[in-house]
Write a new protein. Structure first.
Length: 261
């Protein structure tokens, strides 16, 4: 069902990555966007733990399969299906847009493998960026970042810090062996067999209940426990996502159990 961000040179959504600099991008402007066409066919998006409490009201929070699982906001149960966006990439009613999406086309990246310094970069293929005559706001003035660019940089820095906290959270889950392979079966009227979804991980509630007192005290004091509960509560939304797919005509055309990996 869900996988971690792509293991290639660029993370999901990004087709190219260029560092912002005053020499080449003096006339570059950013215009607002009311749609995210790059997201409409993406069913799972990386999520940070800072977003769990808000996101769990709108999307199931799961963990990717594999040796290094990451939290994901599940926006559809099948590959290529996003129930929250229409065909133009516009949000259908109320929903939650993960910070990972809101950050695009920007991100902080290392320009040199021998340095830990991060630079503000962008995807030049994004149609929100360009040397527009009348649209958008300037990113640079007199060779210096505008307030807009400073705000973008701050957002990206905050995201990196949240991502670091998320990594520590996942490390603690692994050390306590709290994750297990997930599975959800959804029965549809008229189908003899249920649709079965696998390929993701979730917190094992039995192991959570059986934690030693010192372990339970630790995850309560360090803030992990409410995050775990937010994840578990959010899983109830998987059936709502399924129903949205049915109503939008985005179900697999099969009459047998469905297992998507």
């Amino acid at each position: 069902m869900a996988s971690a961000p792509q293991a290639n040179n660029l993370p999901i959504f990004y087709k190219d990555l260029v560092p912002l600099n005053s020499n080449e991008h003096a006339k570059l402007r950013l215009k607002p966007a009311d749609a995210a066409p790059f997201l409409k066919d993406q069913h799972a998006v990386p999520l940070t733990i800072d977003e769990f409490v808000v996101a769990q009201r709108f999307v199931p929070i799961i963990f990717s399969a594999g040796d290094e699982p990451v939290p994901l906001a599940l926006m559809g149960l099948n590959e290529g299906v996003n129930t929250f966006l229409d065909d133009d990439g516009k949000l259908r009613g109320t929903g939650y847009v993960p910070a990972y999406v809101r950050r695009y086309p920007w991100m902080l990246a290392k320009l040199r493998p021998d340095s830990d310094e991060l630079s503000l970069c962008f995807d030049p293929t994004s149609d929100t960026l360009g040397e527009f005559k009348k649209e958008g706001e300037a990113l640079l003035e007199d060779g210096k970042p505008t307030e807009l660019t400073q705000n973008i940089l701050k957002f990206c820095e905050d995201f990196e810090q949240a991502a670091h906290r998320t990594g520590l959270f996942m490390k603690d889950l692994a050390e306590m062996d709290l994750l297990m392979d997930g599975e959800v079966a959804i029965q549809v009227p008229g189908n003899e067999q249920p649709f079965v979804y696998r390929g993701f991980r979730m917190v094992n509630e039995e192991k959570l209940r059986d934690l030693r007192g010192d372990q339970l005290r630790k995850i309560n004091q360090n803030g992990m426990l409410p995050l775990i509960h937010a994840h578990l509560f959010s899983l109830q939304l998987m059936r709502e996502i399924f129903q949205q797919q049915v109503e939008q005509g985005k179900m697999p055309q099969v009459k047998v159990p469905e297992a998507v990996n």
